[in-house]
Design a protein around this ligand. Structure first.
Ligand SMILES: Cc1cc2nc3c(=O)[nH]c(=O)nc-3n(C[C@H](O)[C@H](O)[C@H](O)COP(=O)(O)OP(=O)(O)OC[C@H]3O[C@@H](n4cnc5c(N)ncnc54)[C@H](O)[C@@H]3O)c2cc1C
Length: 385
């Protein structure tokens, strides 16, 4: 049984677009640690990065499910949407909490591709997963906020014009709840780079364009506050839930790519005078990986449907992300095993995708934190932190 294909026209068109960016393209970028500028431009020009932007602002006003279909197909084709998925998930914060004036100012330019909103700045070295402990501070001074502090693992900062930035506007100890007192600023990186923001690239095991950011008395206009001061955590959660669902869709795409590659290789590779896929020791793990991906895909769809209906989707977004990231990892492990030694050679793309998909059990939220969320929110178990 297969899950009915949603958004078939979008999926088919994305597959056609991705055919222009084959394994050689991604392999060369991976080797040189370069950003996939041409691929992102092609997605932008075709309108896929603006699917969530309402039509009145120049986008196509599609639901999150359509964005999931796009990213899943990118990954199923062997590519990597991490270079640009933030332009989709940041919409969760901007569309739901941005003012009409902010939307009118930024969205049309983002939709047409002249402005990039690809950076989402939350994580800090000192806070880790405990977002309430961020210390990057914004202090109001006249018509501006003055920002000081540091962020880490902020991806695509060198390839973005704007950044959604989470800061503390009231110290944690002065707040009734730990998650109060944080605010979201929309930072114009082009201006900020001349005026107090510095960016340091980080070397990681896959080609991810992630960076550390340093803020030294950076002035951000108070008009760029998104939502209400002190309520930034709630604004950012809408972006985070969208991010988890979209990344879960990418993991489904990865799982599909790995199982298809593994099955194709297992049909062709002959050892002991038979296709290796005739051995149940080879075929069963591939079948199991396929089953895991199918189950996870249903959860991703459920989470996206809830999100699109404006229903609370926190638990479903988390469950979708956990299941999908584990399905993609199981498929990756099976795929490399099926390929034997060849799985480790760059030419097959398996080792590259293997490295890329491993990230998603850690980022954007780690598996343990999802389990803690489900244990306490869904099962009423005592909090461990
Ligand atoms: C390539 C890459 C790109 C990224 N891009 C971005 C980005 O664009 N923007 C952004 O804001 N962030 C980004 N991140 C950061 C990412 O979201 C964090 O790395 C992730 O949330 C985990 O935080 P941490 O690395 O500080 O781990 P830590 O919080 O230090 O956790 C380390 C380990 O301990 C476990 N752990 C911690 N506390 C508990 C607990 N109470 N119970 C059980 N286990 C626990 C965690 O599960 C984890 O496995 C990126 C990270 C990477 C690696």
């Amino acid at each position: 049984m297969s899950i009915p294909r949603d958004y078939p026209d979008i999926r088919d068109a994305v597959v056609r677009l991705c055919a222009d960016f084959p394994g050689e393209y991604w392999r060369a970028l991976d080797r040189e640690r370069e950003y996939p500028t041409e691929f992102v431009r092609a997605l932008t020009t075709a309108g896929y990065l603006s699917v969530l932007i309402p039509e009145e602002y120049g986008g196509s006003g599609q639901p999150l499910g359509a964005a999931c279909a796009i990213l899943e197909e990118v990954h199923r084709s062997g590519g990597n949407g991490a270079a640009c998925h933030a332009q989709m998930y940041t919409m969760g914060t901007l569309l739901r909490h941005g003012s009409d004036e902010q939307k009118a100012r930024y969205l049309p330019a983002i939709a047409e591709g002249s402005l990039r909103l690809q950076a989402f700045g939350v994580t800090e070295p000192g806070s880790g997963t405990d977002t309430s402990r961020i210390t990057t501070r914004a202090v109001r001074d006249g018509d501006d906020y003055v920002v000081n502090g540091q962020k880490v693992f902020i991806s695509r900062a060198q390839h973005s014009d704007l950044m959604i930035l989470l800061v503390r506007t009231t110290p944690r100890e002065d707040c009734a709840r730990h998650t109060d007192g944080m605010s979201v600023l929309l930072v114009d990186m082009r201006q900020a780079l001349q005026a107090g923001l510095s960016i340091q690239p980080l070397d990681t095991m896959m080609n991810h364009a992630t960076t550390a950011l340093y803020f030294d008395n950076l002035r951000v206009p108070a008009a760029n506050l998104i939502g209400t001061e002190g309520e930034g955590f709630r604004c950012i959660l809408d972006g985070m839930n969208a991010e988890r669902i979209l990344i879960a869709a990418e993991c489904i795409g990865d799982a599909r790519w790995f199982t298809a590659r593994a099955a194709a290789y297992a049909r062709e590779r002959r050892v002991f005078d038979r296709p290796i896929g005739q051995n149940q020791g080879v075929q069963f793990p591939i079948a199991r990986a396929h089953i895991q991906a199918q189950a996870a895909a249903l959860m991703v769809r459920e989470a996206a449907a809830l999100y699109d209906a404006g229903e609370p989707a926190g638990s479903e977004a988390n469950m979708a992300k956990l299941l999908a990231s584990e399905a993609s990892w199981a498929a990756a492990d099976t795929c490399i095993q099926t390929h034997g030694g060849y799985g480790f050679t760059a030419d097959y793309d398996v080792e590259r995708k293997f490295r890329e998909t491993r990230l998603y059990q850690v980022a954007p939220v780690s598996t343990n934190l999802i389990l803690a969320h489900i244990a306490t929110r869904e099962l009423d178990l005592p909090r461990s932190f």
